[in-house]
Design a protein around this ligand. Structure first.
Ligand SMILES: Nc1ncnc2c1ncn2[C@@H]1O[C@H](COP(=O)(O)OP(=O)(O)OP(=O)(O)O)[C@@H](O)[C@H]1O
Length: 301
């Protein structure tokens, strides 16, 4: 079931078009990774999904209701912007009281438990924390509010590896245990590939590519093969070859198709060498994009 539905969403700042008829659906209890290079419009899209920025055209529905200025919906959504905001002079505890008053689903028990995980001082003023600690506080508050929807703009920037892992685990647990729905933006595939179920790449105001990662991983293979005799031309029409190289007598193919079909087709050619290897997600994206004629190196480095 799709819980967040974005239809024909269009936005310009002044005369500068940013998003052009964007469509996205995010299923309940899934994690959607929104990728794009700097300035692609990720923040703009997330703000409209969170209902804090109004679109020019099109719609954003959460639970079948328009999200902009919808207070009932907003109590179920938490948006963590790329620079979290805290009231000046507020301690963590005071911020928590503010969240508790704002979100009916707030869980004090969760808040207390997370203190043990994150180990930050309740009585410190949040604005005096380091950038990474402030980010941790934003997760602490957000996850204690038990939102149904969590919208995260470049959330892992400035977090060290240990904290990053902790936070990712907490998010994935909430998704598994209470079907929280998450949208997370990043300019780097590697940063989010371990938690996302879906990935969408935003470029020039449109989605270049939108993929279910499970399908992707199971459907693309790297094959290294040496033939005794070159196969007939028909052989290559059995599946889709995204890329091929030849070194000496060894071919390397990147092939799209079911593994069984690929294995069977090659075994009929009685190859001298045959290896079918998994691809990294990064490789999959590079080959997929090659297929549609775009370069996306900047979000893969
Ligand atoms: N308030 C604004 N007024 C005018 N232009 C804006 C405004 N906010 C963003 N833009 C422009 O819209 C484009 C998209 O910006 P946005 O912040 O959505 O991109 P992004 O994908 O989040 O980028 P980054 O990865 O750098 O954060 C940029 O060209 C930016 O200059």
């Amino acid at each position: 079931m799709s819980m967040i539905q974005v239809q024909d969403l269009t936005k310009a700042y002044g005369k500068k078009p940013i998003l052009n008829k964007i469509n996205v659906s995010v299923n309940k209890g899934s994690i959607y990774g929104l990728l794009g290079s700097n300035g692609a419009g990720k923040t703009t899209l997330l703000k409209m999904m969170a209902g804090v920025l109004k679109q020019d055209k099109g719609s954003v529905l959460i639970n079948n209701q328009a999200v902009f200025e919808n207070t009932v919906n907003k109590q179920q959504i938490i948006f963590i912007p790329d620079q979290p905001y805290y009231f000046p002079q507020y301690t963590v505890k005071q911020m928590a009281q503010f969240y508790a008053a704002t979100y009916p689903s707030w869980s004090q028990e969760r808040f207390d438990k997370l203190q043990q995980v994150l180990n930050l001082d309740l009585k410190s003023k949040v604005q005096q924390f380091s950038k990474g600690m402030q980010r941790q506080v934003s997760f602490w508050l957000a996850l204690s509010a038990m939102p149904n929807y969590l919208i995260l703009d470049e959330p892992f920037d400035g977090l060290d590896a240990v904290v990053r892992k902790k936070i990712k685990n907490l998010i994935v647990n909430d998704v598994a245990e209470r079907e929280m729905t998450v949208i997370v933006s990043s300019h780097n595939l590697r940063e989010v590939e371990d938690i996302c179920d879906y990935i969408g790449i935003l470029h020039n105001g449109k989605f270049l590519l939108e993929k279910d990662l499970d399908d992707l991983k199971s459907d693309i293979h790297k094959v290294q093969v040496a033939f005794k005799e070159e196969p007939a031309a028909e052989f290559y029409s059995t599946f889709q070859i995204l890329h091929q190289e030849k070194r000496g007598s060894v071919y390397q193919f990147i092939i799209k198709g079911e593994r069984d079909v690929v294995d069977q087709a090659f075994s009929q050619e009685a190859p001298l060498v045959y290896d079918l290897l998994p691809l990294t997600l990064e490789e999959i994206f590079v080959y997929e994009m090659e297929g549609v004629g775009y370069a996306i190196e900047n979000i893969l480095v």
